[in-house]
Ligand binder design. Structure first.
Ligand SMILES: O=P(O)(O)OC[C@H]1O[C@](O)(COP(=O)(O)O)[C@@H](O)[C@@H]1O
Ligand SMILES: [Mg+2]
Ligand SMILES: [Mg+2]
Length: 338
């Protein structure tokens, strides 16, 4: 158990004592955290709050939207648009960027989010979450455009996720390690419950959707085949497998006890680099995982070095325990040399 301080106190420390974040970023993160609290409450109400089921619409990626996808998106927009710290927002659930309306003060930050991650788990009462990434608008040009968002993940000012599970937790990095806050429903505050999280460098647990095995590229197939071969194979030890199908829940497990998570490119849609979205899924998770001593690659390249070319760009992802991710990257490099 760590020091019993609130998210607000933690952020004030980061601002005043460590000088890691300016006041505007602190206030922006507090607003995002408040929005996540509202989403957590909606998730918990379930059928009582009429939040389950589909909304009957599709998002820009052609995915059927659930009611909670839309509710969570609206909560995040409404909470953040008047705060004065943002220039614009972007979301998995919106085609283009959402520029802060003129009636509100404009700030210098850009906020990206996957309002509801793991949508297929909403109706079956399995952990879901929210993922967010904060960038600073580069340059001092007036107005804001989609191009302002197209920055590599290494330029993130902050990133985090909330997992709505048996407990609601907020996991945050401002570039000074990773801190975990648990929602105290009696007081309504996010309380620090872990600091300086470290992901073990080695693991015996992998997470991948095995039903896609026949579609994978050779380096991914090789890595998983070797894990499956267990103590009689080249790895000389048995591996365990987990797949929640909510990236937040899979990443949270890895942050807690180690492991490796893969959503690789596959032959079902060869023109797409992967299923997950670079800017509001892979980048924020990569920032958190690296800050906890892990690694995140798209195959052979560090995810946070990738230069995005569009808002909803997709990417292959392998992240988690450092030594396993480096092994996966090495297999990709070897395959590319053949
Ligand atoms: O159903 P699959 O193909 O296993 O995909 C699961 C992956 O899709 C995602 O649900 C995508 O997120 P969304 O729910 O935000 O679309 C990830 O969270 C998860 O890792
Ligand atoms: Mg998602
Ligand atoms: Mg989503």
């Amino acid at each position: 158990m760590s020091r019993q301080i609130s998210l607000t106190q933690y952020l004030i420390e980061q601002q005043r004592e460590h000088g890691h974040i300016p006041q505007e970023l602190r206030l922006l993160i507090e607003i995002v955290a408040r929005a996540c609290k509202r989403i957590a409450i909606a998730v918990n109400k379930g059928a009582l709050g009429d939040v389950l089921g589909t909304a009957g619409s599709e998002n820009v990626q052609g995915e059927v939207q659930k009611k909670l996808d839309i509710i969570a998106n609206e909560v995040l927009i409404e909470a953040n648009e008047w705060g004065g710290h943002l220039a614009a927002m972007a979301s998995e659930e919106m085609d283009g960027i959402y520029v802060v309306p003129n009636r509100y003060p404009q700030g210098e930050y850009l906020l990206l989010f996957d309002p509801l991650d793991g949508s297929s788990n909403i109706d079956v009462n399995v952990s879901i979450g929210t993922i967010f990434s904060v960038l600073r608008k580069v340059g001092h040009s007036r107005g804001v455009a989609e191009e302002d968002f197209l920055q590599p993940g290494k330029q993130q000012a902050a990133a985090g996720y909330c997992v709505y599970g048996p407990q609601s937790m907020l996991v945050l990095t401002v570039g000074d390690g990773v801190a975990v806050f648990t929602l105290d429903r009696e007081t309504g505050s996010w309380v620090l419950t872990q600091e300086q999280v470290r992901i073990p460098e080695d693991t015996k647990e992998f997470a991948i959707n095995m039903s896609n095995m026949r579609h994978w590229a050779p380096p991914v197939k090789r890595y998983i085949d070797e894990c499956l071969a267990g103590s009689t194979g080249p790895r000389g030890r048995d591996f365990n497998m987990r797949w929640v199908a909510s990236m937040v829940a899979d990443v949270h497990r890895i942050l807690t006890r180690g492991g490796v998570f893969l959503y690789p490119w596959d032959q079902r849609e060869p023109d797409k680099p992967g299923k997950l979205r670079l800017m509001y899924e892979a980048n924020p998770m990569a920032f958190i995982v690296e800050q906890a001593g892990g690694a995140a690659v798209n195959g052979s390249e560090r995810i946070m070095n990738l230069q995005p070319s569009k808002l909803h760009e997709r990417v292959a992802v392998a992240l988690g325990s450092k030594n396993e991710v480096e092994r996966i990257a090495a297999y990709h490099r070897e395959a590319a040399q053949k």
